[in-house]
Design a protein around this ligand. Structure first.
Ligand SMILES: [Zn+2]
Length: 110
């Protein structure tokens, strides 16, 4: 992922990618998407096919940061070590081992 993405270019690229498969390329747009950026305003006519393609893209989307949901707080911010940034809960095998160790240490009075 690049540091600066041009939102208008991203939308135009998505439209270009799905347009060849539009079964009704001459149908009127179902909505006009207006975009105001630092470079000015742009309007993108959105076809039914394009909206359906966005829905399919959304269904298949998985965020690279998605490591599941915290069982303790329900948060979605687990780091690469499956440590919840919201409540501190540890997950996974390592998290279980550490939690067990801490519980035994607490029981032993350490
Ligand atoms: Zn949590």
């Amino acid at each position: 992922m690049t540091a600066s993405l041009d939102p208008a270019a991203v939308i135009a690229e998505f439209i270009d990618a799905v347009a060849p498969y539009d079964p009704a390329p001459d149908a009127p747009p179902v909505v006009l998407l207006g975009l105001r950026t630092a470079h000015g305003d742009q309007v993108f006519p959105m076809s039914d096919h394009l909206i359906r393609a966005m829905c399919r893209a959304l269904v298949s989307y998985r965020d690279p940061e998605d490591r599941g949901e915290c069982v303790a707080c329900g948060g979605r911010h687990l780091d690469e070590n499956l440590h919840c940034r919201d409540c501190g809960q540890l997950h996974g095998v390592l998290g279980q081992v550490i939690a067990d160790h801490l519980r035994r240490a607490a029981e032993a009075g350490d």
